[in-house]
Design a binder for this molecule. Sequence first.
Ligand code: CO
Length: 149
Amino acid sequence: MKKLFVILALLALLVACAPQKPVQPVVEKVEEPKASFNVNPPAEVKTEAAPVEVTEAPKAESSGPQTVKVDIVGFKYVPASVKIKVGDTVTWTQVDTVKHTVTIVAGPENFDSGLLTAGQTYSHTFTKPGTYSYKCTPHPNMRGEVIVE
Ligand code: CO
């Protein structure tokens, strides 16, 4: 009798020490919504127009300073007139075999490229608004302008 008790006690101990079964996560059964075949919306639902998303045009300042190109070709500045913003740069590219200059005639700032040979470029960054008239020193009939806003 005592032996049986010891065995039972050992068994009880074994059961107590046995690793607990991991608790199974309770998976809740989610009922799938039944497809509604009601085509017509309820009368009380107002069909409002979707709000119009206003996309602001990017400001010129946010896109950073720009560089505008002007060619010196055929005794002309092409284009002869460019409109830019303060901080922008104009780069002239001399194409003709004859030498030309980009020389200020009137404007808030002075600049002069000096004689440019074919293939040379000259750049000027405009820091003050206004209209800049320029010419070619050897060929004063060559005229151009930069309008800085
Ligand atoms: Co010239």
